[in-house]
Design a protein around this ligand. Structure first.
Ligand code: TYM
Length: 327
């Protein structure tokens, strides 16, 4: 059976971009593949975090995984810092990667630009991500399009290690959806929707109230010609709303264009509020039940136990190949 690995950072509330671009795929993949879904808390401290919020968001992401339909009987859900092999393998991989390739990562460039003091962890971030993936002999990594470059680097590091030390790691393939791989910010539809953007109206979080969802959608930036047509280049705002509408309703974009051919943006936005609010309220009902249950921590302990077994085997394989003494 093919193995799948993916992760989400607990740096804020998960938004509909994370859901549509990545997590929705997780739910489908668990039916046919051996899936590992991780809350990557070690990645989130590459930028300063408030400890209380980190604690809360870590458990929130785990509960949201389940609320959207990841079933712990079918997939393994765990917290990255519960499996020490991630940190250890990342060091081994850092020593087999280069300053040049890490400096070329656009995410590093974006997150470090304009900063006087750039945390070293931010630079080393992709080696930790490679460790996450390679530890589980992963075949497929479902992500949004912003992670494509990190996946290419993971493949390069795995191939280089295998060539230097002999067959050790499975070289993973990336899986990016055709539609929804990059949901844009609602206030600035030429930028991707992000957990950390300052303006809360730029995103819709999975835990937003109906009033917040309404405000973000109704205030979203669109052009002034009032024609409902999918055209990313000339009409990025309305195209983004059409994509979100399509992925939440199950209607195709041409079906939605046709439905609103005689209406304006106001009508489309109002209906989109209904569509999104309906879907998110179902997720939220499940979320609050899971988040408050004792079961959540038990599931995470069981997930960590399973992950540790597999990760430790791979780590030992890599250490032997490097020439470490294993007693
Ligand atoms: P993170 O936490 O930023 O995002 C989680 C997932 O959501 C996707 N995503 C989006 N998809 C569509 N539109 C958007 N606006 C949008 N924003 C985010 C991301 O591509 C991602 O799939 N480095 C990763 C976490 C990670 C990881 C891994 C992923 C750590 N180790 C190993 C896969 C495998 C990150 O920061 O994702």
């Amino acid at each position: 059976m093919k193995r799948v690995f993916s992760g989400v950072q607990p740096t804020g509330n998960i938004h509909i971009g994370n859901y549509i671009g990545a997590i929705k795929q997780f739910v489908e993949l668990q039916e046919t593949m051996d899936c590992f879904f991780c809350v990557v808390d070690l990645h989130s401290i590459t930028l300063p975090q408030n400890p209380e919020e980190l604690y809360k968001h870590t458990l929130d992401v785990a509960a949201l995984y389940m609320a959207v339909g990841i079933d712990p009987k079918k997939a393994t859900i765990f917290i990255q810092s519960h499996v020490p092999a991630h940190t250890e393998l990342s060091w081994l991989l850092l020593c087999n990667s280069y300053m040049g390739e890490l400096s070329r990562m656009t995410q590093f460039k974006d997150k470090s630009s304009g900063k006087d003091a750039v945390p070293t962890g931010l630079f080393a971030y992709p080696a930790l991500m490679a460790a996450d993936i390679l530890l589980y002999d992963t075949h497929i990594v479902p992500v949004g399009s912003d992670q494509k470059q990190h996946l290419e680097l993971t493949r390069d590091i795995a191939i280089r290690f295998n060539n230097r030390f002999g067959e050790t790691f499975v070289v993973p393939d990336v899986k990016i959806k055709e539609v929804g791989a990059k949901i844009m910010a609602l206030d600035e539809p030429t930028k991707k929707m992000s957990k950390s953007a300052e303006n809360p109206l730029s995103r819709i979080s999975l835990l937003d109230t109906p009033a917040q969802i309404k405000k973000s959608i109704m205030k979203s930036t669109t052009d002034s010609d009032n024609e409902i047509r999918y055209d990313v280049e000339n009409k990025p705002g309305i195209s983004n709303l059409l994509t979100i509408y399509s992925l939440f309703s199950g209607l195709t974009i041409p079906e939605i264009e046709n439905k609103y051919k005689d209406s304006g943006y106001g009508t489309l936005k109002k209906d989109l509020v209904e569509v999104v609010t309906g879907s998110l309220s179902e997720i939220q009902d499940k979320f609050y039940k899971i988040r408050e249950s004792e079961e959540l921590k038990i599931i995470l302990q069981e997930g960590a136990a399973k992950a540790n077994t597999i990760a430790n085997e791979t780590l030992a394989r890599a250490k032997k190949k490097l020439g470490f003494v294993m007693l």
